[in-house]
Design a protein around this ligand. Structure first.
Ligand SMILES: [Zn+2]
Ligand SMILES: [Zn+2]
Length: 156
């Protein structure tokens, strides 16, 4: 195996969070070989992340938090597409779950599983599905019924 030991050492020094496995994959050799090189060079071969680092991305986090701000944001917020205008926006997962089930007058605008980015989108959607649109449709049906009735009477 013709692996440049100095490059392996330089790699570990440049990326202290790299495991032997990761370095081995990079150089196409075995993990044991990397471990031996690092051992001889007096470098750490096992990786134990300090508690203040995020276990998901390795970025620093608050000691009492499980994840770094970015990862915990990703975990608790969900990207939603507005059912009216198609704009994507973020919403807390807990709110989202609670509010998709039924219409609620809260800071989140949702109705029967559809979610809207703001009040005007929600209003527009409601209007075209349950408001003026529906009333007009019902009136049209009523007029049609009356016309049918009239036509029936004329044939008598
Ligand atoms: Zn993270
Ligand atoms: Zn919208």
């Amino acid at each position: 195996m013709s692996i440049d030991k100095n490059s392996v050492i330089a790699c570990k020094k440049g990326n202290p969070l790299f495991t032997c496995q990761r370095i081995a994959e990079q150089f196409g050799c075995t993990r044991e070989y990397v471990r031996q090189i690092l051992n001889k060079a007096g470098l750490p071969t096992s990786l134990r992340l300090p508690k203040s680092l995020c276990p998901q991305c390795g970025e620093p986090k608050k000691r009492q938090a499980n994840l770094c701000p970015a990862c915990s944001h990703k975990k608790h917020w969900v990207l939603i597409k507005c059912a009216e205008c198609g704009r994507t926006f973020e919403r807390r997962k807990s709110n989202y779950k609670r509010n998709t089930m039924e219409y609620q007058h809260s800071s989140t605008f949702s109705y029967s599983g559809k979610v809207f980015c703001n009040r005007s989108c929600f209003g527009r959607w409601l209007g075209s599905n349950y408001g003026v649109g529906i009333v007009l449709k019902q009136q049209k049906i009523r007029i049609q019924q009356l016309e049918d009735e009239l036509a029936r009477l004329k044939t008598l």
